[in-house]
Each structure stands twice: as C-alpha cells, then as structure tokens.
Design a protein around this ligand. Sequence first.
Ligand code: DQA
Length: 148
Amino acid sequence: MKLLILNGPNINLLGVREPDIYGKGTYEELIRLIRTHAEETGLNVVFYQSNHEGALVDAIQNAFLEDKVDGIVFNPAAYTHTSVALLDAVKAVPIPVVEVHISDVDAREDFRKVNFIRKAAVATISGRGFQGYLDAMDFLKDYIGGEK
Ligand code: DQA
C-alpha cells in the first residue's frame, strides 16, 4: 500500500516556525518518524512539500494519474482555510485523503475554523502534533484495507 505524505506552505520550516504552536521537531525529523512508522507497519511512503497552491494541485492529480497512490495524508497548512482549488483536487481523484493538522485548528483564530479540505477528507486529525501523521497512516491502512 502506497501513501503520499503531502505538506503545504511553511511546513518545511517546522522546528523554526512558531515552536510554541508546532513544536521543536523539524520537517526532516517528521519525515524520519513517518519512514520508521511506515517500515514498522509495512507501508510504502512518498513525500512532497510545496509552498505553492498549484504545485499541490499537481501533486494530488499526479498521485492518481502517474504514481498510483492508494491514500494521501495531507496537511494543506494555510490553504486549508482558503483553497477551493485544493478541495476540488481532493474531490477529483478517487483516492482517500486524511487531513492532518499539527495544531488544534478549531481552538485557534476564527479564520482557521473555515475549512475547505474537511468537506472532502475521509477523516480529519487535528492537534496531536507529529503523532497525527502516524495516526492518519494507520487510519488509511485500515480504511483502504477494508475497501479491498
Ligand atoms: C496547520 C494549521 C494551519 O492553520 C496553519 O496555517 C499551518 C499549519 C497545522 O498543521 O497545525 O500552516 O495546518
């Protein structure tokens, strides 16, 4: 089973960016954690991070058209709250997407309560730190396993 771990803007700056909100762990540490969990659970993972909305749309389309990905763990970051294009991309591909947020978006500013991606995600995991990505992988493993 192949999962795409897709991250949006500023996630590459984890560890530096607002550590009181997102923690001190870096993006590289997050990738290592996910790789280890993938090995332990028998999942195949590929990674992509971009600060650009269109590049994220391309990544979602390519996950279906080229890479034949089974599921996507997606932290759309700030685009969560603004992007109809990313909502439409998630709706356009027949791939289950779990939305992940490191922080608890619903407990923050009002503008973060607007959420486009949630409308198309099979699940949303928010406020569990890096563990949320691992939980999303486990969720997709069960979800896709149940579909087959
Ligand atoms: C985030 C929450 C978003 O509101 C924010 O814009 C981010 C990160 C999170 O992981 O908690 O960039 O998606």
